[in-house]
Ligand binder design. Sequence first.
Ligand code: DC
Length: 231
Amino acid sequence: MRIPDIIIAIDGYSSTGKSSFAKLIAKEFGFLYLDSGALYRGVTLYAVEHSLIDSRNVIDEKALAEALPGIDLHFEDKGGCTMTYMGERCIEKEIRSLPISQKVSPVSALAVVREYVDRKLRELGSRKRVVIDGRDIGSTVFPDAEIKIFMTAAPEVRAMRRLREMQAKGEDVKFEDVLANVRERDYIDSHRKVSPLAKASDAVLLDNSDMTIEDQMVWIRNLIAGKFGNE
Ligand code: DC
């Protein structure tokens, strides 16, 4: 299926499988995949490594704001996989670590950080043929994106998916704790002051509670065919 030069924005709750879905869409249509969460994680890594955030998550906002223009965060395509870089250093692994995951929420809540990430995404998105996942891509960063998807799934289903991922990594966790964390992140993401998680009025809702990734690919092909025709 051929599709025009468009932007596909995928937002939604945590652990709904946004990035897996976005990566597959990028592969299928030959688009570039942009992971907006990776940029928030990259800024957080910088803040941690430069002691700009303390153990109580108090951030030296002024120093971080001054540093931001010089943090060379970017993506590089490595054999079809989008990897996140800070300068010459690949930070893909570090930004997914638990210490960074635990600090990314307060960092991503800062307006100055959101402006920095938004600017970067808009620069990258101007080339079109991109699929971007995040929390506010269709609502704030690219309100004119041609395709906007908002993903959700029952909290219990998302918690079970996360539990399996964590168990696969050898972590010893209880379902109830993971479920509590999913609910807590939903609350924080939806209630923060700047750019809270919210479905754009023109986004299409995708509840994948009972869907496989193959079902979702059928769903997106139909969505795209309905919008642009089936070439
Ligand atoms: O998708 P993720 O878990 O990698 O995102 C990391 C954090 O960044 C998460 O706490 C939510 C935040 N984020 C955001 O506020 N806005 C985005 N567009 C993407 C991520």
